[in-house]
Design a protein around this ligand. Structure first.
Ligand code: PLP
Length: 379
């Protein structure tokens, strides 16, 4: 079956009593046992719930994994994966990863005894340089946030295998419609389903998808033991959202390409970061590794914060808000919003400046989005 068909059908046909066309929501904390010898597959909703299981089957199929656990946020999905490791283990991550992931690694999990190095992953040799005998994991996020650098997944996996580390990829920015890390040998994939998988800015959620049984079993154990799983309602919302993932991603990236090309010619824009532009340093790699260029882009606005403030006040279709991946276009200022949890030094090292603005392009008509920027810049 093709990807779009799996989006619509996987995990859905669950109601043998009434044959409902969509998956029922099971808002129950507990399930009755038939007798002391057994129950019908579910006993307690923290451990498992039929609605959540339907979503998990769907997401596992879309990424090409053998199992998925749907969690209550993207951060809880990432938290679950860190429990594959023990104090003293060393993890190498990109220096320009999601701000919340950076904070989780640099503070809480460092306090728990894990060790982290943050490197520029656009050169996989930096991973070999940072590796120690304790290195157990390489954390991949591509395209990176907010500057849309592309990590060569196959090259990173090769180095990781040489140093006997597993690879975990955060595939939130592209979704499995545009990028499938398992195809390049990655071991575990995580998502913030808050973003493109749900796609409608009305739920926070996450998931962990495993390619092999030992990881799947450990993640299942951790999600149950720590109590990270999502509610049946949230699972249902994401399952509804994911059905339109393919057509949404096509509309998102059509708008992003048009807007990026317009902004690249605008005199008030110093730089556009979008892998779909031929001028992007990793354009060829993105073309090879991804099925499309996605719908996240960043720009450097000439004049820095004062000019940015005026621009944000005048834009009408782009809501000033964090998050991304919803049908409505959003715009935000990483320096004081999405990446405020990083230290200023870490932000500058990652290339985030006072001029940088991040845009999540929705599925509005591209011409309306371009017209909005035109009027906002011209005033
Ligand atoms: C949003 C995001 C997260 C965190 O997800 P939440 O659902 O907000 O907890 C992690 N990684 C990336 C790339 C994200 O964009």
């Amino acid at each position: 079956m093709h990807f779009e068909t799996r989006c619509v059908h996987t995990g859905v046909d669950k109601d043998s009593t009434f044959l409902s066309a969509t998956t029922p929501i099971y808002p129950t904390s507990t399930f009755r046992w038939d007798d002391l010898n057994g129950h019908r597959g579910f006993d307690y909703t923290r451990s498992g719930n039929p609605t959540r299981r339907a979503l998990e089957e769907n997401l596992a199929a879309l990424e090409g994994g053998i199992d998925c656990r749907a969690t209550c946020t993207g951060m809880s999905a990432i938290t679950a994966t860190m429990h594959l490791f023990k104090p003293g283990d060393h993890i190498i991550a990109g220096h320009d990863i999601y701000g919340g992931t950076w904070r989780l690694f640099a503070s809480l999990f460092t306090d728990m005894g894990l060790k982290f190095s943050f490197v520029d992953m656009s050169n996989p040799e930096n991973i070999r340089q940072a590796a120690t005998p304790a290195t157990k994991c390489v954390w991949i996020e591509t395209p990176s946030n907010p500057l849309l650098n592309i990590v060569d997944i196959a090259a990173v996996v090769k180095v990781a295998q040489e140093i006997k580390a597993i690879t975990i990829a955060d595939n939130t920015f592209l979704s499995p419609y545009l990028q499938r890390p398992f195809d390049f040998g990655v071991d575990v994939v995580v998502h913030s389903t808050t973003k493109y998988l749900n796609g409608h800015s009305d739920v926070v959620g996450g998931c962990v998808i495993s390619r092999e049984k030992p990881h799947a079993e450990r993640i299942g154990y951790v999600v149950n033991a720590l109590g990270l799983a999502c509610s049946p309602f949230d699972a249902w919302l994401v399952l509804r959202g994911v059905k339109t993932l393919g057509p949404r991603m096509e509309a998102h990236q059509r708008g992003a390409q048009a807007l990026a090309e317009f902004l690249a010619t605008h005199p008030q824009v110093a730089k556009v970061y979008y892998p779909g532009l031929k001028s992007h340093p990793h354009h060829e790699l993105a073309k090879r590794q991804q099925k499309g260029f996605g719908a996240m882009l960043s720009i450097d606005v000439k004049g820095g914060r004062p000019v940015v403030e005026k621009l944000l006040a005048k834009l009408q279709l782009f809501q000033l808000a964090e998050s991304l991946g919803g049908v409505e276009s959003l715009i935000e200022y990483p320096d004081s919003m999405s990446h405020a949890s990083m230290t200023e030094d870490a932000r500058r090292a990652a290339g985030i400046s006072e001029q940088t603005v991040r845009i999540s392009v929705g599925i509005e008509h591209p011409n309306d989005l371009i017209a909005d920027f035109k009027q906002a810049f011209s005033g």
